[in-house]
Design a protein around this ligand. Sequence first.
Ligand SMILES: [Zn+2]
Length: 261
Amino acid sequence: MVADPILLIGAAILGLCFGSFLNVCILRLAKEDKKQRSLFHPPSTCPSCGQPIAWRDNIPVVSWLLLRGRCRRCGHPISLQYPIIEAVVGVLWIAAMVVYGPTVHFLAAALFGTILLGIAITDARHYLIPDEYNWAGLIIGLSASLTAGVPGFKDAVLGAATGFALLYAVGVVGRWVFKEEAMGGGDIKMMAMVGAFVGWKGVLLTVFAASVFGSLVYVPLLLRGKKRHVPFGVFLAMGAAVVFVFRDAIIDWYLRFVRAG
Ligand SMILES: [Zn+2]
C-alpha cells in the first residue's frame, strides 16, 4: 500500500491526462462515418461551432466544471461523458498506485485498465473493438513482461498465443454450430493482447469469467426475447480486469479446491 501524497497526485495527473486522451480515442477510433481523423491531428474542435478547443478549456474535469459543460464560444452543451471518463481513469490510476506502488506493475495495471475501459465502451456502443487498442496493449503487455514481469516474458508470449488460438477456435466452432459469425476478429486480437498481461492461465480464467458475466446479463434478456447481439468484448474486459488483479488468488483457491476434492 502506497500513501505518499506526491506519488498519488502524480498518478492522478497522469490518469486524468490518459482519461482525456481516451476520450479522443473513443470518439475517433469508432467513427462509423470513418472521417478517418487520426488520434493526434486535427486538434479537437467544438462539434457545433467548429471552434478549436484552447488548452485552458481542455484541462481534464476542471475545464468542464468551469465552463459548466458548455462551449465557451457558442454555448453548445459538452457531453458529461468527457469529465466522467477522465475522472474514472484518474481514480483507476490512483488505485493502481495505492496497490502496486511506483513500479512497472503499476504502469502495466493503469494502462491495461485504461485500454480495457476504451474497448468496453466502444464495443458496447458500436459492436467493434478497434485494432489500435489491441496493438498498443500487446506492445505494452509484452514490454512490461520484459522488465519487472507481471507475468514473465515467456508466459506473456504464451498467453498472447493462447488468447489468439482459443478465441479463434471458439469462432470456428461457433460458425460451424450457429452458421453465423460468433466471434469477431476484434475479440480474437483482444484476447491475444489480454494474454500478454495475464499469461496463459489468466486467458482461460478471463474467458471463463467473461462467459459467467455475459450469461448473468444476457440469459435473462434472451428469456424475455430481447436483444440478441452480444458485445462480448465488454465481458472479456470485465473478466480481464478481475483476473489481472486476482489471478494468483483465484489459481490458489482453485488448486486447493481441486486437491480437497
Ligand atoms: Zn461551440
